[in-house]
Design a protein around this ligand. Structure first.
Ligand code: M6R
Length: 608
């Protein structure tokens, strides 16, 4: 994963590097570092374990000043998150920052050891620094050296480097990890994403795979790996310069949970007109394409995958279309059969998730009718790859735990279900979904009012080691999502199960210490879920039920029932996920964990 930011300017670049790097911290926060070429042409490197704010304090104390520099925020892959593994990595005259994974690092290390290079880290990235030094000395030409380095590397990389032989030049290479060049006034930048450039430059060049670049404050030269100078398109950023702050909230996660109300309201306002869903909301001629669709392959990771699972329930409920929902890291490596008339749908908040992008690249070669992405970030790698794009407009999601992105994806997928249902023999499905969607904002308001109750319940989870979440039908993926949220931010082991699977194994875990949460909208499956929960109670499990069904509890029954507002069948996953997000949030508050940046994780998973 990791984030790279670089600046070459006529002004000193320290604060610009820190500013850019802070905006990339969502990509990893295990360590941070930067290298600057000083006025007397020395490489000055400052690194720290932990966050960019630690780097900022170190930088104030250090004498690192200069007009050209690179910076890096790390999510550890090779080597522990300790100082020696922090980027940038130096090798005599060069310093580099790397995002990606070098697959042949061991082989390259053997080559470099023979050339008497000394390794000081456990990272795969350090080989890049030594290789670059080796080829700089060999060729005495920045472009030739970069080309030679990239010819040796196998794997994915975005590289930003500096070299004391070319003091006002950023050395850049890219393959399989994103890197943008921002064009400024009297200064230029490199960045892992557009967001970090937002207050600096509106024009940018996107580097493609196997391209290298040399960048000064006035010039940008991009080359192919064969050394051909390329004419690259300069694009204008359409991204608005949204100020990202917590406002009055203590954490981004709680703010983002509450933003779900507006996201739903706006989606309904913007996509539904006087006569129902607006035409072609999934892109040019998308309605026609959807109506011809016979199969759908949904591919995604994490929370976005859980959204895909729900879509499968919805769509197969109301159409003859055969849907599969698959985890991208599985899809990308297996043999996939693609029947005629199959649509590929990738779902991703960031649009930068490596496994999802590789899956989409694979899908492009497999004869799908089209590649549609449902994504929150307009200028992302995924949207650029896709034939059709639906932007979820959830606004920047900062908390690592995904909340508002999920609901915005579900609304998009319900819209898709509406279009697809036009082929259904069942009557009035589209109207029913529309009616339920329109009722959603007021139901959400009532759901948010459960916050106090959930806050109290959360105290009971604080000292638990494990939790089970159970659901049936479209509530089963909500059980998965609830478990994902809880484990992600509270570090409590949690599992989501299809309630009917309980007796096939997990029931063995149940005892008087195990909380079991039942998600039970009052629908055709309610009696089955109740039976499953009775099995838990019979074994003294601590049962919590979220339901809108009126339950008669005996006085001796210790079950805690949270009364949910009534809601329609189609929108129930959107309603029931809210208390699960709040539960995870308040358990994390109880446990005093780092809610927005949980340990070991990063917002955007840009490595496989
Ligand atoms: O950006 P994406 O939607 O592709 O991200 C996929 C997962 O990495 C993401 O949903 C992850 O599981 C979240 N941290 C869960 O809260």
């Amino acid at each position: 994963m990791c984030g790279i930011f670089g600046v070459v300017s006529s002004q000193q670049v320290q604060s610009s590097l820190i500013d850019g790097l802070s905006k990339l911290e969502y990509r990893g926060y295990d360590s941070a570092g930067l290298s600057i070429l000083t006025a007397n042409n020395k490489i000055k490197r400052v690194r720290c374990v932990g966050k960019v704010k630690n780097l900022k304090s170190l930088l104030v104390k250090s004498k690192s000043r200069g007009v050209c520099g690179i910076a890096h925020t790390r999510w550890a892959t090779h080597g522990e998150p300790i100082l020696k593994n922090s980027h940038p990595h130096n090798s005599k005259c060069v310093s580099i920052a790397h995002n990606g994974i070098i697959e042949n690092a061991d082989e390259l290390k053997k080559f470099l050891l023979k050339k008497k290079y000394k390794f000081t880290s456990d990272t795969d990235s350090e080989v890049i620094a030594h290789l670059l030094n080796y080829f700089v000395v060999y060729h005495n030409d920045a472009t030739k050296a970069l080309i030679a380095v990239t010819k040796k590397l196998q794997g994915s990389y975005a590289i930003g480097g500096i070299c004391d032989k070319w003091p006002g030049t950023l050395l850049v290479a890219c393959n399989g990890s994103p890197l943008l060049i921002g064009i400024g006034n009297d200064e230029n930048y490199i960045s892992s994403d557009m967001h970090a450039l937002s207050n600096k430059s509106e024009k940018f060049i996107l580097l493609s795979d196997m391209e290298i670049a040399t960048i000064t404050k006035d010039t940008v030269d991009v080359f192919s790996q064969s050394g051909k100078k390329l004419k690259k398109t300069i694009s204008n950023s359409t991204k608005s310069n949204i100020e990202i702050s917590k406002g009055t909230y203590k954490h981004f996660m709680r703010k983002e949970i509450y933003e779900q109300y507006d996201i739903v309201v706006n989606a309904i306002k913007n996509k539904i007109g006087a006569y129902g869903l607006l035409p072609n909301i999934f892109g040019p001629n998308s309605d026609k394409l959807l109506l011809k669709t016979k199969h759908i392959h949904f591919v995604a990771c994490g929370t976005s995958y859980n959204a895909a699972l729900i879509a499968k329930y919805w769509i197969e409920d109301v159409t003859d279309i055969v849907c599969t929902a698959e985890i991208a890291s599985e899809y990308r490596y297996r043999t996939v059969n693609v029947p005629k008339g199959t649509l590929f749908v990738a779902i991703s908040q960031s649009g930068e998730t490596a496994d999802t992008i590789y899956s989409a690249k694979k899908a492009k070669t497999r004869g799908y009718s089209s590649l549609l992405s449902i994504c929150n970030v307009p200028e992302s790698s995924l949207t650029r790859l896709s034939d059709l794009v639906y932007l979820t407009h959830a606004g920047p999601e900062i908390s690592v735990a995904s909340t508002k992105a999920f609901t915005s994806q579900l609304v998009a997928l319900l819209f898709m279900t509406m279009v697809l249902s036009r082929t259904s023999s069942l009557k009035n499905i589209e109207k029913t979904i529309l009616k339920q969607l329109k009722s959603l904002p007021s139901i959400l308001k009532r759901t948010f009012s459960l916050e106090k109750i959930i806050k109290t319940i959360a105290k009971n989870f604080k000292n638990k080691k494990h939790t089970l979440f159970l659901g049936r039908g479209a509530s089963y993926p909500i059980a998965l999502e609830a478990a994902l949220k809880l484990k992600e931010i509270t570090y409590i082991h949690a599992e989501g199960y299809a309630a009917g699977e309980l007796k096939h194994g997990p029931l063995a875990l149940v005892d008087k210490n195990l909380p079991v949460v039942g998600l039970m909208p009052d629908n055709n499956l309610v009696n089955q879920v109740l039976s499953n929960l009775a099995e838990v109670k019979a074994r003294q499990g601590l049962v919590y039920i979220f339901t809108n069904k009126k339950l008669k509890n005996s006085k001796t029954d210790k079950t805690k029932v949270v009364s949910m507002p009534s809601c329609g069948h189609f929108v129930s996953p959107i309603v029931y996920v809210i208390p699960m997000q709040l539960l995870a949030y308040y358990v994390a508050i109880e446990k005093k964990t780092n809610i927005d940046q949980p340990r070991n994780l990063a917002k955007s998973v840009t490595v496989e």
